[in-house]
Design a protein around this ligand. Structure first.
Ligand code: SF4
Ligand code: SF4
Length: 454
């Protein structure tokens, strides 16, 4: 007993820090195993250690001093997890798994020795680049030039990308939007707006997928909103949280709270499921911050995924037929983390001419999971191939999703499997059904025309 207590204290002292799995949260697991069949890594490996229950046991073992934090098994399992939160959605005991694995990664980041170049790369990529919207827009401008100058096609044809091991990465990238969306620079409005909406731009959505954000703004304007993007907003910090970089995530969260605070209680609408889940958890992320804790909780209460927001409105019926067959891939951070499953389907069913055919395992992770598909290539490819097989079993010519990471992973997986199925964001389909840009005047105002139904 004495030995156990000493071991406890030894581990706690050695690995104390500001982020570690909350012991009260860990205790909520009753080891029932109901989460196991939903876990993608357990399904692929069949190993208890690679299951939610196994990982929670590892976290508890570290907390109790029975396992060293720096044991390679712990590191492997905390990073093999996709943080898809499928386990959380089915857990009868209400285990809040996401924050636990994120805290475990943060604990590792605080104490695990890393080579200098790895630390520097993370600081530059995640801190310097994603920490400032202007820098990211400048970097994406370079990417746009690379694609449009023909250099991308040339390198692809010459085989240089394959030689450099960049072919898969390149296959993920869609054609970058012609212009990034700059907060404060564009505005959309219904002729007689009945609500104000504050669009959360995001890092990848506001640059690579800026036209998708514009489509979302048009659709919301078509449905009675005035839409703008508050100045000062930054990346949501989801990538940082997933990588255990909590200090960087908190800095971004505080900047976003400051940027949106002046807009009262207006809805903060987001087009990326991963960002939405992170924004809805600012209250938890900043719970120990004396200045921001309450403000963070108020901010989180205002956040809505765009599908959630539109489904809550009195939707104007779209009138332009979209005569195609689509299937829907549920982003983990929409269906599991935010529990939004009905709304996207309800919106798609409102599109005239569109036929939605369900795929098998639509809510199983596609393998994207932030940057998982870059650092855990093999597992991510297995999951991507499995997802694409299910897409290809349907007659769909398009797969619809609601998250940029999923869109990129699906794109690469479809290409690898020789499929010509296209990837679309749900708001792009809705925008098309409302007439797209035809429906918006040059100043960003939505034209009147469609009838409102009760
Ligand atoms: S995480 Fe939940 S579902 Fe999984 S074993 Fe623990 S209590 Fe059961
Ligand atoms: S978050 Fe996903 S991958 Fe991780 S343990 Fe839960 S179900 Fe498995």
């Amino acid at each position: 007993m004495v030995v156990a207590v000493e071991a406890d204290l030894g581990n706690l002292h050695r690995y104390a820090g500001h982020d570690q799995p909350d012991d009260d949260l860990l205790r909520t697991c009753v080891h029932c195993g109901m989460c196991l069949p939903t876990c993608p890594t357990y399904r692929l490996t069949g190993q208890e250690m690679s299951s939610p229950r196994g990982r929670l046991w590892l976290m508890k073992s570290v907390a109790d001093g029975r396992l060293d934090l720096l044991d390679p098994i712990f590191d492997e399992q905390m990073y093999q997890c996709l943080n898809c939160r499928a386990c959380e959605a089915v857990c009868p005991s209400g285990v809040h798994y996401g924050p636990l694995v994120e805290a475990a990664r943060s604990q590792l980041e605080q104490h695990r020795p890393r080579p200098f170049w790895q630390r520097a790369t993370r600081k530059v990529a995640m801190g310097w680049l994603f920490g400032d919207g202007r820098r990211l827009r400048a970097a994406v401008a370079g990417l746009r030039l690379y694609q449009r100058s023909g250099l991308a096609a040339l390198l692809r044809r010459s085989g240089a990308l394959k030689l450099a091991g960049m072919e898969e990465l390149e296959a993920m990238l869609p054609p970058v939007s012609r212009r990034s969306l700059v907060p404060g620079a564009e505005h959309w409005s219904s002729p007689e707006p009945v609500r104000a909406v504050r669009l959360f731009n995001g890092c990848v959505m506001g640059t690579v997928f800026a036209d998708t954000n514009r489509a979302a703004a048009r659709v919301m304007a078509r449905n009675g909103a005035s839409v703008d993007l508050p100045v000062g907003q930054q990346c949501c910090g989801a990538l940082h949280v997933h990588a255990g970089m909590m200090d960087e995530a908190r800095t971004l969260a505080r900047a976003n709270i400051d940027a949106f605070e002046a807009t009262g209680d207006d809805a903060i609408v987001v087009t990326a499921a991963g960002c939405g889940a992170a924004l809805k958890e600012y209250g938890y992320l900043l719970k120990d911050d004396a200045v921001y804790a309450d403000r963070a909780a108020r901010f989180s209460a205002r956040v809505r995924d765009v599908t959630e927001h539109l489904a809550e409105t009195d939707l104007v019926p779209p009138t332009v037929p979209v005569d195609r067959v689509v299937t829907y891939q549920e982003p983990c951070h929409l269906v599991h983390a935010q529990r939004i499953a009905v709304q996207p389907r309800k919106l798609l069913s409102a599109v005239p001419g569109l036929r939605l055919v369900e795929m098998r395992e639509s809510s199983l992770c596609c393998g994207s999971a932030g940057i998982y598909n870059l650092i855990r290539k093999e597992m991510a490819e297995d999951l991507g191939d499995r997802k694409v097989r299910h897409v290809m079993e349907t007659p769909a010519t398009e797969v619809v999703t609601a998250n940029p990471g999923c869109a990129m992973q699906l794109r690469a997986s479809l290409r690898r499997n020789g499929s010509r199925v296209k990837v679309r964001h749900i708001v792009e389909i809705l925008d098309e059904a409302y007439g797209g840009k035809q429906n918006i005047d040059s100043d960003g105002s939505a034209r009147a025309g469609a009838e409102r139904v009760g």
